[in-house]
Design a protein around this ligand. Structure first.
Ligand code: SAM
Length: 211
């Protein structure tokens, strides 16, 4: 694992192993130590991107729009080290747990919205966010990132997790990843893309910036 982590993310000895960790209340039964909570890369695509040493551009304190928040596993860690963190999730069941994770996190703002309809939250999310983090795992993942590019600051970063099987279970994941990278080129320059296979089968992590 690399040393160049965002402020507020550390590698710490927790429960007998060195782990990525943020400071905050536990959310998914993760081990804790003196206020620090382990960030499990096998349960978090962004955690995997950091653990694999991808240059996410995250420094800590930034404004974040997070798409596909589910029950808050990853976005709770983000809100532990980032600034205002808008968390979009369209399924009611996980959103209930997300609300609970937000209870002790004043900078985490859950939004029960569809990430394919950015106009429904454009009045809430401040424009010029520093990071757009996406993990929706549904068909049309590049399209969602394109539709939400409007929120990113000129020097912001898209941190995208692509699940190949969500696009087409029958295709070679590498072909799916090529198509996603090509589609993104309408709005983004891809700076880095890396397989997350160590932690997540058939997933690609992408770091990109707006054109
Ligand atoms: N990012 C989460 C984490 O690491 O804790 C896991 C996300 S899970 C793989 C994908 C989530 O995206 C699901 O909860 C799903 O309901 C949500 N999702 C899929 N399409 C969406 C959309 N169009 N708008 C909002 N949420 C969506």
């Amino acid at each position: 694992m690399r040393d160049d982590l965002p402020d507020g993310v550390e590698r710490r000895e927790i429960d007998g192993a060195e782990r990525l960790a943020t400071r905050g209340d536990p959310v998914y039964g993760e081990p804790t130590d003196e206020g620090w909570r382990a960030w499990n890369p096998a349960r978090s695509k962004l955690g995997a991107m950091l653990a694999l040493g991808m240059d996410t551009g995250l420094e800590g304190g930034e404004t974040v729009l997070y798409l596909g928040a589910a029950s808050g596993t990853t976005v709770s860690h983000v809100a532990d080290f980032a600034g205002p963190t808008y968390a979009v999730e369209f399924a009611a069941r996980p959103a209930r747990d997300l609300l609970e994770a937000a209870d002790s996190r004043p900078r985490l703002f859950p939004l029960l919205k569809d990430a394919r309809k950015p106009e429904t939250y454009a009045h809430v999310v401040e424009s010029g966010v520093d990071a757009l983090i996406q993990d929706v795992a549904t068909r049309g993942q590049a399209g969602v990132a394109l539709e939400n590019a409007r929120f990113l600051a000129d020097d912001g970063r898209l941190l995208l997790a692509v699940k190949a099987r969500s696009e087409d279970v029958t295709r070679d994941p590498e072909d799916v990843f090529d198509d996603v990278r090509a589609e993104l080129e309408d709005e983004y320059e891809v700076l880095e893309s890396r397989s997350l296979e160590t932690y997540h089968a058939d997933h690609l992590g992408i770091v990109a910036r707006p054109l």
